[in-house]
Write a protein of this length. Sequence first.
Length: 211
Amino acid sequence: MKKRVFCDFDGTVAVNDVGNLLFRTFTDGSWRESVERWIRGEISSRTCLEAECALVRATEEELDRFARAQEIDPHFPAFVQQCRENDIPVTILSDGLDFYIERILAKYNLSDVPFFSNHLVLDHGKLTPEFPYFDEGCGKCGNCKIFHIMQAKQPDEHVVYIGDGYSDRWAAEKADSVFAKKDLMKCCREQGIACYEYSDFGDVLEIFPTL
């Protein structure tokens, strides 16, 4: 059976949770209240991201330098290459922002890896997030990962999902195989979702051929 891979970006492809680090770097810290409310399920990730972006004070040049300084999992390029050699599509699904995803992928010559995320508009230091896929979901996430999985999945495909956070928990329910760590691992255990625990894409590379 042919495989199709979807993976998260922040904390999965990227070493850091880049979105979280962005708000830690360019705000006064009051973003934490919105994140805590999102984790408790009181607000959607869209509302959370809108509140966080409204707090940012930074120029486009500062944000650009910040994004280009971020690193990816050192084994991710090898994983992408292995998938390409075996005609396995890899798509990044993120509830973060395209501004930093584009720049980080370009830094590692991975701009040809397709991704879906929320969009960021920059205007004289003001950050405004836009949500082109929000209406495709249930309203809990800015970017509905389930929508993208169901749009791309073919009837004879084995879907693999790789993630690490709360925004991955619904996508994991739609996958045939799941690689999980951190908060996603906790969610999988609580919901009884079978998964492979991993630390980085080096672990994924070892297990992936056996699926």
